[in-house]
Each structure stands twice: as C-alpha cells, then as structure tokens.
Write a protein that binds this ligand. Structure first.
Ligand SMILES: Cc1ncc(COP(=O)(O)O)c(C=O)c1O
Length: 399
C-alpha cells in the first residue's frame, strides 16, 4: 500500500513537472514575439531593462500586499524607506508624504484629484505638451483642461499662464521632461505664480524626475523643478522609466502629509484605518525592486547613468544631423525628436527592419529615447537603418 502511494505521488509530481514545463514553453513562444530592451531594438520607449537587482527583489515579494500593511510590516518599512529616498532626491520638506502606485498616469490622476478636493475648483491649466493621462483625468473627473500656448522652445508660455488664471483655477501643471520632446517648463516662474496666487502646482516629472537632479550635477544648465521651490505642491516621478526599475512603479510626492486626508477613505475591515490614493490591493514587489535599485545605485550610480545617456544622446544627435536631418528642438534630456516629411512611413520602414521608434503626428516627427539600454554601438547599428528607412520614404538626406 505504502509503495503504491509512493508510486502515485511520484507519477503526480512528474506529471505536474511536465505540465509546468509545457506551460512555460508556450509562454516563451509568446515572449519571443516581443521586442526586447536587451538587444537595443526598442529605441523609442521611456522604459528600459530593469537592473538585475530589481528582478531579484521583485520575485522575493510576489505575495505581498501593501494595501494591508499590518500583514506585511517589513514590506511597508521598505515603502517608507523608498519614499524617504524620493523625498531626499526631490528636496521635499519634512512634512511631505508620498503615494506609491503604478506609474505616471496614476500619480497625475491623484495629484489632480487632490488639487480639486483642496480647492473645490474645476479648472486645470496645462501646457499643450502634457501627457495624455490628463485627457483621461477629464474623462474620469468633473475637470476642465485649460491649455496654454508654448513658446518657440516648446515651453509653457508664462504670459499665457497668467492670462488663463481665474477664480475657477484648481491647479497648474508644469512638465519636467515632456513625453514627446523632453522639454522642461519654467517651473521656478510657475512656482512664484502659484505661491502668490495660492494655486496648487503639480509637476509631472514622470520621466525627468530621475534625470534633472543629475543633469545639474554633470554640468547641464537646468533650472530647479522640485519641492525646493516653495510653490510646488506635488511631483510625479516614475521608477519604471529612468529609475531603471521594474514595471509598474510610479510615485507622487506631496508637499503636505495632511493633504492626504482629502483623498483618503476609511478602510473598516483591513489593518489600516484609512487609505489614500486609488488602489487598495497593491503589490509590494515593484516597491521592493525600486528600493533595491535605489540602494544599489545610490546618487552616484544614477548620476553615472544620466551621464552615459546624455553622452549617447549627443553622439546620436551628431550622427542624425550629419545625415542632413533636423531635430524639432535641441535636446534638454535623452530624447531626440527628428523632423520628417513622412514620419509614419519612416516608422513603418524601421519596424520592418526590426527597430521600434515612435511616430509623433503632432510634430511630424519620430522620437528616439536614449535609455540606459541604448549604447553608442547600438546607435552605430541603428543609423544605417534610419538612413535606409528615410531614403525609401523619400526624405531628403545628405551623403
Ligand atoms: C511626462 C509623462 N507623464 C506621465 C506619463 C504616464 O506614465 P505611465 O505610462 O507610467 O502611466 C508619461 C509616460 O510616458 C510621461 O512621459
């Protein structure tokens, strides 16, 4: 009897192992259809290959739920530490706080939700370069967007901002690293206006938050953009972009912890009394990953990455301009927008050649983002394909 049970148990184990390996093989078939960061063919994404330490940390925390923190006090402590790191990075005051979520969209939603509840007003002044997450916000909330003109350098026009402020203004949004061009709005000027007028200023630094502090350190001339400026009320910053960690991880840092009450509800049947933000159940895995990356890299590590990305950007810019192509604007960060007559055809051609770049209809341009996985060697591989893609689209290029 004992032997029979042993045989059955062994057979079941073998069956399960076979089943598991078949499922994984099938998953690999799907995975192999994807483009990959590793070989550099994704050259138009704001995400990158997470650092190996992120992967190791992530899988250790798969079962954790930050929505029920008393069950996972260790994971909660990691979250507290990660928020402290972001607060230091963004010069946030002591009384500030943070909400960790899934990415820039969620953080922007929470920021506008907060501004609306703090002011009981409905209008949000935004630049025309704002990310489409703000369109979602209009659809989700009873909010009206008031778009502001851009200057020739694609920055928010401060005069137009002043003209658009009225009694219904709930918030002004400035972008520190716009999605399409990487431009930075004049945040110090916006901060002064918002301080004087007592208006909530949200800075969307989903992309630029892990770049701008280090650009300054490597000698680029960029203005302040963070909570050091007294008029800045909140900042979006994403670890799954230039933070080099795993998807999904975005954060919102808020100047005053007490403001969280405006976006909190009571949570009667779980371990915390109140919960702020949108999500309830929330994985601790991406938080552990982002924290591990921040510990691993430290400020020096991020600085090195930004330096490398900017070197690659300058290298790519020269090669592109040498081809006779023009950029929409001189890059502020590691984004190049190439002006073309037929950008969609060029994107189509590049996709056929195995390269993924972005088509930007609004600017008649394509965008490449020089993320940490893009090296000068990859640029050398890419340029002949860009040339070929442009030639066959009939773009004028020099030889
Ligand atoms: C400036 C900016 N804000 C917000 C977002 C939205 O971020 P996510 O895709 O993580 O929701 C992006 C995405 O590219 C972005 O560039």
């Amino acid at each position: 009897m004992q032997t029979l049970l042993c045989i059955i148990s062994k057979m079941r184990k073998e069956y399960n192992q076979k089943k598991e390996s078949q499922i994984l093989k099938n998953l690999d078939i799907y995975k192999n259809q994807d483009f990959s960061f590793k070989n550099g063919r994704i050259i138009g994404s704001m995400c990158t290959q997470p650092l190996p330490i992120a992967k190791k940390a992530y899988i250790r925390f798969l079962e954790t739920n930050l929505g029920d923190p008393e069950l996972f006090p260790g994971t909660k402590e990691i979250e507290i530490r990660y928020i402290s790191f972001l607060k230091k990075l963004l010069n946030a005051p002591k009384q500030s706080s943070g909400i960790i979520g899934t990415g820039g969209t969620e953080s922007n939603i929470i920021a506008i939700w907060l501004a609306k509840n703090l002011s009981s007003k409905r209008e949000i002044i935004i630049p025309k370069t704002a990310h489409f997450s703000f369109q979602k916000i209009v659809s989700l909330m009873d909010i009206k967007l008031i778009p502001v003109n851009l200057t020739k350098k694609y920055h928010m026009d401060i005069l137009d901002v002043k003209n658009k402020i009225d009694n219904n203004t709930a918030a002004i949004v400035g972008i520190a690293g716009s999605t399409e061009l990487g431009t930075i709005d004049p945040i110090p000027e916006l901060s002064d206006i918002c301080k004087d007028e007592n208006i909530f200023l949200h800075v969307d630094a989903a992309f630029g938050g892990f770049i701008i502090p280090f650009l300054k350190k490597i000698g680029y001339n960029v203005a302040d953009f963070d909570l050091k400026l007294k008029g800045v009320s909140s900042i979006t910053i994403d670890a799954h972009k230039m933070g080099c960690s795993a998807i999904p991880l975005g954060s919102l840092i808020i100047r005053e912890k007490k403001w969280l009450d405006k976006i909190s509800v009571e949570t009667p049947y779980i371990s915390s009394k109140k919960q702020a933000g949108i999500l309830a159940t929330r994985s601790g895995a991406p938080v552990a990953a982002a924290y591990a990356v921040s510990e691993y890299l430290g400020m020096q590590g991020y600085k090195r990455i930004v330096q490398r990305c900017m070197d690659t950007t300058n290298y790519a810019q020269k090669k592109i301009e040498n081809m006779g192509l023009n950029l929409i604007t001189n890059p502020t960060m590691n984004i190049l927008a190439i002006k073309l007559k037929k950008p969609s055809v060029v994107v189509y051609n590049l996709t056929r050649f195995g390269w993924k770049v972005n088509y930007m209809s609004r600017f008649s341009a394509i965008r490449i983002v020089l993320m940490p996985h893009i090296t000068k060697r990859i640029i050398d591989e890419f340029i002949p394909y860009l040339r070929k893609a442009c030639e066959s689209a009939g773009e004028s290029i020099s030889y």
